[in-house]
Design a binder for this molecule. Structure first.
Ligand SMILES: Cc1cc2nc3c(=O)[nH]c(=O)nc-3n(C[C@H](O)[C@H](O)[C@H](O)COP(=O)(O)OP(=O)(O)OC[C@H]3O[C@@H](n4cnc5c(N)ncnc54)[C@H](O)[C@@H]3O)c2cc1C
Length: 371
């Protein structure tokens, strides 16, 4: 008899898991809290690494479709000093496919394909160890039972408490995100400054990063060290008040850099939280976690990649038909080692990118970027 398998969360990790199972003909229930695919803005562009996110797409049979959609030129990276001087201007070779960018909406639609996601099904609790299996409770009062429940429900996972008491803690760094639309026509000078990929400007304990998405859309991330309650004097939905507060925070930076904030539309507040580095738990039959639910880390280009690869690998092993509990145990051991490595790298990266010493950010760029 086929095992009853559910995944909670329709982010990159949950969808990669479901899509690979679907490819192997294995049924899977996908529960997503959002009422519809476009219920909220999808967030900024993602770079998918050859050995991580792209490998997951390969396992899902979607690599060639990804290649057609993705933007290899988006790998370009320019670093500016706060006075606007260009310090580094790296562009990929035309055949470089190591980390091409893709819009989150495009990636989601690619993974969704034929999947029958159950939208608007917010999970409140997961209870393992009952006589019939693992019981999933929903916000609407319903409940369903499965042999395996995979928690791919992100930072504030409702599945995680079934296996672990860990909760995310604040890193001391906050991001305020804003967006520019039609940048090539509305702000051509800014569009040229940003280039084809990303722009980073690093000052003392603060940074401005801009990333080009497709269709002339740009996401800007103002990053700074601050206590969690830095905004108590501010109404975060008052666009002009937030803009004025950020312009004051970045006071003294070159006018052409601050234009990233002046042209921004809505501002979204994202304090950065992380789970403890090397978060593990005592294996509980019938429940596991992947992606941010298992190892929330600073957003330095790894989280979605890891979530997708974990989802694809777990699905492949399940589809191979071995003992389900053994498959999950082996998956967890492998995930913990790899994610622990990335959590260490990204925690150190955040310390250097938003640091009292801006030279540390430049040095990090020189270490990771081929010359
Ligand atoms: C500003 C920023 C930039 C980033 N850039 C990159 C990058 O370039 N590359 C990269 O690899 N990573 C990047 N990341 C990290 C990446 O976004 C996450 O690591 C990734 O989305 C994690 O995927 P996931 O599937 O585990 O969780 P999520 O993407 O968080 O998806 C979880 C899903 O679960 C649903 N859900 C939540 N609770 C419930 C519930 N109770 N019941 C049902 N459904 C629920 C949510 O609605 C959501 O759809 C970035 C993050 C940020 C904030």
């Amino acid at each position: 008899m086929r095992q009853r398998i559910a995944v909670v969360g329709g982010g990159p990790g949950g969808l990669a898991f479901a899509r690979v199972l679907h490819r192997h003909g294995h049924p899977v229930a996908v529960f997503e809290r959002d009422p519809a695919p476009d219920a909220r803005p999808p967030g900024g562009t993602l770079d998918l690494h050859e050995g991580l996110g792209q490998l997951a797409l390969d396992k899902a049979g979607l690599l060639s479709e990804f290649r057609a959609l993705s933007r290899p030129e988006g790998q370009a990276m320019r670093i500016l000093d706060t006075d606007g001087t260009v310090l580094r201007d790296w562009r990929p070779r035309p055949d470089d496919r190591a980390n091409p960018e893709i819009d989150r909406r495009q990636l989601r639609d690619l993974l969704l394909g034929p999947l029958d996601v159950q939208w608007g099904r917010a999970v409140t609790q997961v209870v393992p160890g009952t006589r019939d299996g693992v019981v999933v409770h929903f916000a609407d009062g319903r409940q369903e039972t499965f042999d395996l429940v995979v928690g791919a429900d992100g930072a504030w996972s409702r599945v995680r408490p079934a296996v672990s008491s860990a909760t995310p803690h604040y890193t001391g760094v906050t991001v305020v995100e804003t967006s520019l639309d039609d940048v090539d026509t509305r702000a051509p000078a800014l569009a040229r400054l940003i280039g084809d990929g990303s722009l980073g400007v690093y000052g003392v304990n603060r940074a401005l990063v801009a990333q080009r998405n497709s269709g002339g859309h740009v996401k800007v991330y103002a990053q700074f060290r601050a206590p969690l309650d830095w905004h108590t004097h501010l109404d975060l939905v008052d666009v002009e008040a937030v803009r004025a507060s950020l312009l004051a925070l970045f006071d003294g930076w070159a006018a052409r850099v601050l234009d990233l904030l002046r042209h921004g539309t809505a501002f979204v507040h994202r304090p950065l939280y992380v789970l403890p580095v090397s978060h593990t738990w005592t294996h509980a039959p019938g429940v596991t976690l992947l992606g941010d639910a298992a190892h929330l880390m600073p957003p330095l280009g790894a989280g979605a990649n890891l979530a997708m690869l974990e989802g694809a690998e777990l699905a492949e092993s399940i589809a191979a038909g071995e003992d389900l509990d053994e498959v999950v145990r082996a998956f967890e051991e492998r995930m913990w080692v790899r994610a622990g490595r990335w959590a260490t790298i990204t925690a150190a990266g955040l310390e250097r990118l938003v640091s009292p010493n801006p030279a540390a950010a430049l040095a990090l760029f020189d270490e990771v970027q081929p010359s």
